[in-house]
Ligand binder design. Structure first.
Ligand SMILES: [Zn+2]
Length: 281
């Protein structure tokens, strides 16, 4: 069993050699509707700084759920979106995660969630088929999951295990199983705060930590999307983000890493003592 344990926005684990603050990216809500030009620029920037990004892909945005006898075999992405993912995945920059089936919320109360409260059969059907359709469409294996709205329940974890997922990335506070093979990768700092988070981590000597920067299309002005109504941050220009990242790249004790690099070697992630100072946004 592998764990990554997070203290708010910084993840600490003991198996990475000390001395560098590690930074990885997560980008949610990639779909046939998201802005391809912005995404190409973003992926290219991450490639140029030597980093990697876990891309949460919505295979069937806004689609009704399938009947078991009429399951779509191919994701509804479109040729441009498929080619962009293939191009950067083949270079080791992009790692794909399933980001829900349709990304619609099924919650009748509380936080929005696609999966929380759904039956075992429904979660197995949606998780298994979302993944299978993306694998057929893209032509490679996918083992990561990002729950829409960062919300899931214990059944989601069991369904992920039974449909052979290996990693879940969500906000802190969700359930975790004490047994099983899932890796938990919490996110993360938003791109508007990247300079503050990195500076604060370095000033505090947290060079044994990993920062997961979580981005959505609506974070970026040029996406054409409105900022989410539950976020108070202003949107950021893609050019400011590129500029910020190139400056961070030049700092000492900072290392952008790929998702593959994060997991290669199959490290045993372990709990660090909880007296570490938490770094918040
Ligand atoms: Zn989402």
């Amino acid at each position: 069993m592998r764990y990554i344990v997070a203290l708010l926005f910084i993840i600490f684990f003991q198996s990475v050699p000390a001395g560098e603050l590690k930074i990885i990216f997560r980008y949610d809500d990639y779909s046939r509707n998201s802005n391809t030009d912005v995404e190409r620029l973003l992926f290219d920037t991450i490639k140029n700084i030597g980093g990697g990004v876990l891309v949460g892909v919505i295979p069937f945005p806004h689609a009704p759920y399938p009947e078991p006898d009429s399951i779509p075999k191919v994701a509804d992405l479109g040729e441009d979106k498929v080619n962009l993912l293939k191009e950067y995945a083949s270079q080791g920059v992009v790692e794909i995660a399933v980001h829900g089936y349709s990304h619609k919320s099924n919650a009748t109360e509380g936080s929005n969630s696609e999966f929380t409260g759904l039956s075992k059969n429904t979660q197995n059907l949606l998780l298994g088929n979302a993944r299978a359709a993306l694998e057929v469409t893209l032509g490679f294996s996918i083992t990561s999951f990002i729950p829409p709205f960062n919300q899931y329940d214990l059944q989601t974890l069991q369904s992920l295990e039974s449909t052979s997922y290996k990693l879940i990335s969500a906000a802190l506070g969700g359930p975790q199983e004490s047994t099983g093979n899932l890796t938990y990768l919490p996110g993360g700092a938003y791109p508007q705060k990247i300079n503050e988070v990195i500076s604060s981590a370095l000033a505090s000597g947290h060079t044994e930590a990993i920062v997961v920067i979580v981005m959505h299309p609506y974070d970026i002005i040029e996406s054409g999307d409105q900022m989410s109504n539950f976020r108070e941050d202003p949107q950021i220009s893609i050019h400011k983000l590129i500029n910020d990242l190139s400056k961070i790249k030049k700092r000492n004790n900072v290392h952008f890493m790929t998702i593959h690099e994060l997991f290669e070697g199959g490290e045993e992630f372990s709990v660090l003592n909880s007296s570490h100072k938490c770094i918040t946004q």
